[in-house]
Design a protein around this ligand. Structure first.
Ligand SMILES: Nc1ncnc2c1ncn2[C@@H]1O[C@H](COP(=O)(O)OP(=O)(O)O)[C@@H](O)[C@H]1O
Ligand SMILES: [Mg+2]
Length: 400
């Protein structure tokens, strides 16, 4: 054996869990987030181990690569590399004490980049652990999808993702398709969704459920009903059903009570099948904390101003006498700060990120003018003409 052989400090085996390829070290630590998806997938398909190697070119980085037999031999083969079971590693706490413990210590599983208060996060985790169907509601761009994905990551369970807002063919997506082939005749191929609901302990994300086609809602009715929990494959034939496996959790997201007209009114009967977890709009200090965390290189005062602008518009957007239909979302402030980071001024970034979202009809009285006025209050480039009087701006800003 060569004396200079470089050995990895960690060796992982890949296990498939739902859609995900998880990297587990031989002593049971999960390294999935350190390894690229492609690397994990190749290792799983190729049935080989991967290791973390420290770069030799002096730049201190690490990289994950295939661990060859020679390397394993050099490591003394002390690692247990039993690869004969490809069963998913599913960890769902069972004893009550263990469940309590898991829920109440789960706040550290929340990624730092997700702003969500501790109670809401714990409620989310608790609902998932207790097998509830969860519906994340809230305005567009407030972190619903992000929180749902973070939850899925925190629960080490097989996970599946379906964006129902993007599908034009609910039947094909949720049930499957009938095909015809010469020689084979007509045959039915089951959807990925059928696989998902048949997987014990799966966590199934139904993103943008509020934008889904009503056919999708109808199909999901029996699936989500705690008393039924089955999917009917064929409307004509009551016999052809797939039962939802033990421990499956559904997490849906819905834009509720906001400006999007394409969001259909969710059926009451469907809503009743969910535990609602409402994502709040961030207040000024939360917004500021998030932006400062995400953009440490952007000027603090400017970030503070962005947080102020956002929160003023949010207060305005939810007031009874609102002059704008919605406040600036966190998705928008994050995009905007990305532009600031890339050297755009606040005036420029607002011009492209914020203003197009607001109606320009009505000139000086338009929604857009109103928002511009608020933004300009925080841009000291001297170009801001007063379109509103001082009193009106103060009125809009005083609740903050
Ligand atoms: N509460 C939040 N915490 C951290 N980032 C957020 C939050 N809300 C929104 N964002 C940012 O906005 C983006 C869009 O959020 P997303 O979860 O897709 O919104 P939604 O699904 O509610 O429309 C995220 O990628 C993130 O950068
Ligand atoms: Mg979303």
């Amino acid at each position: 054996m060569s004396k200079n052989m470089i050995l990895p400090d960690v060796v992982c085996k890949i296990e498939k869990s739902g859609n995900r390829y998880n990297a587990w070290s031989t002593d049971g630590v999960k390294y999935t987030s350190e390894v690229t998806h492609g690397c994990r997938k190749r290792a799983f398909l190729g049935d080989y181990l991967i290791g973390r190697f420290t770069s030799t070119n002096g730049n201190k980085g690490t990289s994950w690569r295939r661990v060859t037999d020679t390397v394993m031999a050099a490591m003394g083969d002390t690692l247990n590399t039993n690869t004969n079971d490809n069963v998913s590693a599913v960890e769902v706490p069972e004893e009550h004490e263990e469940v309590l413990n898991f829920i109440h210590s789960s706040y550290n599983l929340k990624p730092r980049g997700l702003m969500m208060n501790e109670l809401k996060w714990k409620y989310l985790v608790r609902s998932a652990v207790r097998g509830k169907n969860i519906m994340m509601t809230g305005a567009a761009g407030c972190g619903k999808t992000m929180a749902a994905k973070a939850l899925v990551n925190a629960l080490d369970r097989p996970d599946y993702y379906f964006n129902l807002g993007a599908t034009q063919d609910p039947r094909g997506t949720l049930i499957g398709n009938t095909h015809f082939e010469d020689g084979k005749g007509t045959y039915f191929s089951k959807s990925h969704f059928v696989e998902a609901i048949s997987t014990p302990n799966a966590v199934i994300l139904l993103d943008e459920l509020s934008r889904a086609h009503p056919d999708a809602w109808n199909i999901l009715m029996t699936v989500l009903d705690y008393g039924q929990r089955y999917l009917r494959l064929d409307e004509q034939n009551d016999q052809a059903t797939v039962t939802v496996a033990e421990g499956v959790t559904f997490i849906a997201t819905a834009n509720i009570g906001n400006e999007y007209t394409s969001t259909r009114q969710l059926d009451k009967a469907l809503m009743d099948r969910f535990t609602i977890v409402e994502m709040d709009l961030l207040n000024e200090s939360e917004e500021n904390e998030l932006l400062t965390y995400m953009f440490p290189n952007v000027d603090n005062t400017v970030l503070g101003n962005v947080a102020k602008i956002a929160s003023i518009t949010r207060v305005e957007g939810s007031s009874d006498t609102a002059r704008i239909p919605f406040g600036i979302s966190t998705r928008t402030t994050v995009e905007l700060c990305g532009l600031l980071y890339d050297g755009f001024s606040l005036v420029e970034a607002s011009e492209v990120c914020i203003y197009p979202q607001y109606d320009n009809a009505g000139g000086v009285d338009s929604e857009r003018t109103f928002v511009k006025q608020i933004v300009q209050k925080f841009c000291d480039d001297g170009s801001g003409e007063d379109l509103f009087n001082e009193e009106e701006i103060n009125e809009a800003t005083e609740d903050v």
